[in-house]
Design a protein around this ligand. Structure first.
Ligand SMILES: [Zn+2]
Length: 129
């Protein structure tokens, strides 16, 4: 884990640059919480392989499912005392109507919709069918 990127353990430095799926989280230094949300999203979205990670609207790197699996499990073990009653996150999926990028957020203020990481403009809530 590099001091400049506390999320380094989650990040695949060899991930492709073009990312279609994003997880957008509020500012936090809690890599355990970030790992937890990322793992939850990967669990419920089995089609995801690469996930761009935005923390406080900054792209901190790209998560690769095959890289995450092991580190997240060891993080969970380290935080084992937190596991009973582990919260379930309400992740809301947003979609770009221009480039089909998907983005997930936990806390959503409808007056402040997220914007596309590819600079297409605002995103729209998406209900998986
Ligand atoms: Zn877009």
């Amino acid at each position: 884990m590099s001091p400049s990127n506390p999320y380094g353990v989650l990040i695949d430095p060899h991930a492709p640059a073009a990312i279609a799926d994003w997880l957008d989280l509020p500012a936090t230094k809690d890599v355990y919480a970030v790992a937890d949300v990322a793992e939850y999203l990967l669990d419920i979205s089995t089609d995801l392989t690469y996930l761009g990670l935005l923390v406080d609207h900054i792209h901190v790197g790209t998560i690769n499912r095959s890289v995450v699996d092991e580190p997240v499990k060891s993080l969970d073990a380290a935080a084992g005392q937190l596991l009973p009653g582990q919260p379930h996150y309400e992740l809301v999926q947003w979609r770009c109507r221009t480039c089909d990028t998907r983005l997930w957020r936990i806390h959503v203020d409808p007056r402040d919709p997220p914007t596309c990481p590819n600079n297409c403009g605002r995103l729209y809530p998406h209900t998986p069918s």
